[in-house]
Design a protein around this ligand. Structure first.
Ligand code: GDP
Length: 138
């Protein structure tokens, strides 16, 4: 069944000029881009987005990184979008990511790992709403 998920092309990938290649991989994998914007977020905005990770030891570093430069926020649609995007992204740590995945190709570390993708339907809903209004999704 058609499903929506939320994704971020992270600051490391934007800095290295990989945004276009990542968008091409996403489209080649059959996702429709329903919404897209390039923007910078503040540290407090990154903290709100990653609220579930607030107790993790890397929370400060992660939110510093996510507010360190422009990102691209995306809403993506296809059958089984949430699981299929996670598969296309690869493991959190690029050292463990499978060949051909976005993190294997473009990520440099467990933190600077090129892309975010929602991990469940409820988080996808929250994350889409954090970045996009209904009228921005087409
Ligand atoms: P994801 O769902 O694969 O993005 O991974 P998580 O939800 O577990 O973590 C969210 C993000 O936090 C990851 O994508 C990384 O950018 C960062 N992260 C996860 N684990 C670590 C870690 O052990 N150290 C650091 N510095 N960052 C991490």
């Amino acid at each position: 069944m058609s499903q929506r998920t939320f994704s971020i092309i992270k600051p490391d990938a934007i800095r290295k000029g990989h945004a276009g290649a990542i968008l091409a991989d996403i489209e080649k994998a059959g996702f429709k881009i329903v919404a897209i914007k390039k923007l910078s977020i503040t540290k407090p905005q990154a903290e709100g987005f990653y609220y579930v990770h607030r107790e993790r030891p890397f929370f400060g570093s992660l939110t510093e990184f996510m507010s360190s430069g422009p990102i691209m926020a995306l809403v993506l649609e296809k059958d089984n979008a949430i699981a299929d995007l996670r598969k296309l992204m690869g493991a959190t740590n690029p050292a463990n990511a499978e060949e051909g995945t976005i993190r294997k190709k473009y990520a440099s570390s467990i933190e600077e790992n090129a892309i975010h993708g929602s991990d469940a339907e409820d988080t996808a809903k929250f994350e889409i709403g954090y970045f996009f209004a209904g009228h921005e999704m087409v």
